[in-house]
Ligand binder design. Sequence first.
Ligand code: GLN
Length: 181
Amino acid sequence: MKIGILNLQGAVSEHQAMLQQLSVETTLIKNPSDLAGIDGLVLPGGESTVMRKLLVQNHLFAPLKELIQAGLPTFGTCAGMALLSLPESFNMIDGVVVRNGFGRQKQSCEELINVTGLDAPFNAVFIRAPYLESVNDDVEVLATTDDKIVAARKNSVLVTAFHPELTNDTRMHEMFLKMVK
Ligand code: GLN
């Protein structure tokens, strides 16, 4: 199994370290030729507007959109969740995504949240995080805090508003790897 990690900007090495800890082969995606042979894709946190610009500049936006819409298992964290959800981006999660949705007071925080499918709470690290609201019925909501959707899944796409790669907890990555298998 080989997982590609989008390597344009953001928390790339942290995802790589976590996947390597789980004995998974990773490859960094910067150009369309890097996409060959990947079984899954991680879109890291960072700044979604910058990432979208770089995706277009590096000729990755169209090929990635095609692969993701064709069912390539994809895990997006924070800005990656925004990229997967926004209609003008990959448009995979039908719902409203609110960028920087936690306001100034709560730009960065940690919170123990319950995630469907995990046996114990997850320490969720939020950094200027987006959230989802009013998603379609075909989106499986996995976690909420204050009525804000912060983890969800639809078919082959998994998104979290928080950063599991900034913790030592591998359970969200393991959930994604199960989707890849
Ligand atoms: N606020 C950023 C965005 O919407 C996401 C921040 C992050 O990924 N930590 O792009």
